[in-house]
Design a protein around this ligand. Sequence first.
Ligand code: NCD
Ligand code: ZN
Ligand code: ZN
Ligand code: ZN
Length: 433
Amino acid sequence: MSEIINIVNAKVWVKGKILEGGITIIGDRIAKIGKESALKKAERTFDAGGRLLLPGFIDVHTHLRDFELSYKEDFSSGTTAAVAGGFTTVLDMSNNKPPTMTPEIVRARIQKAEGNLFCDVGFYATPRSPKEVDNLVDSGCIAMKIYMSKPLDYERYSTEREIIELIKKTSSAGIVLSVHAEDPNMIKRFKGDLSPELHARSHPIKAEERAIDMVIRASKISGGKLHICHVSTLEGLNKIKSAKRKGVDVTCEATPHHTVLTNEVFEKLGKKSIVEPPLRSKRHMEAILKGISKGDVDILVTDHAPHTLGEKDGGSPGFPGLETAVPIFFTLVRDGLLTLDRVIDAFTINPAERFSLPDAGKIEVGRMANLTMINLKSERKIDSDKFFSKSKFSPFDGMVVKACVHATFIRGRAVFLDGEIVSSKKAGKILHG
Ligand code: NCD
Ligand code: ZN
Ligand code: ZN
Ligand code: ZN
């Protein structure tokens, strides 16, 4: 018989509302939701202490690395950071070494990840050409991303025609095409080591705006499903908003760094502040925050992009983000800048629906008991020394956050609790299509 566990004394997020009560878990699935008196008789009880019990959070933009980039992060360390940050499902990006571009590499990643995961993982791939989409899907990837301005291996997706051809294929395979939208023709190539200011100048606002404009046209012409990664500009977001109004099948995501940081940190953080797309001025940051609050930004992501400190000094773009994203967005809720339902939806049901993750996104009888418990009454400073990620730096170091992940449940069991990994069992599974 499967073990029966009750989580009681919780504020359970059900159908967009808070229900004071709890849930019963039988085996690895949710079996009952209701007031404590309505729950089943359990062998074990977990007292939530009045905290929020939410569907397990999803990050559709994580770089788990591993293989030749294991020194930056590997499947085990990356998914440890994920559960510590409240995530129960992450989608692993394709810009790896070797890049995830062939069915063989997808299979190799799946094989190495199996048994090594603290949370559920699905894999992105980048097709070398539209012809390879079906084979990649057969090999087990569930998402696809293209890097318009930084091809992984000479693949070309920078013209409208190339994108139309690809998006037709991905859409008929049931996959939304994710795009790093920066027009390669607008990226300025400067020589040598870049300061954050120069790096930002090399990735101008127009590069994002033009690329977004172009991929939206491709989506409109083809009728294909499009997802814009890490939108960072007011102009880019406006293009997405007006496309949505015209019925184009486009969604977009935003990161915490583009929501709460500006280029004013360049001076203090130096090269540690380099990320792609770069941090922008205040008017862009405010547009992203407003876009999240209005629902124009559909999905919140970490863009967890771990690097060593030495690599950061050399100008590598990106930040580890798995362990800071959730506290930062719930701090915005506590500060009255975002509502609870916007943040929860953008981490749960919205990514689950857009990326076709049928078992995730909701607390519902029959669903997998992957759950995230949030404490809205904590206060602490972000300290990257304490990260579970191998990448121990953060542009948010020292920032006071007014919320924390109290516990993360994978398949009905607490894996992360009150600052610690409490189960050595790597219960995460690979998500297949
Ligand atoms: C990412 C990385 O390091 O893999 N870096 C980043 O600055 N966001 C690449 C990417 O997502 O474009
Ligand atoms: Zn990107
Ligand atoms: Zn990324
Ligand atoms: Zn706590």
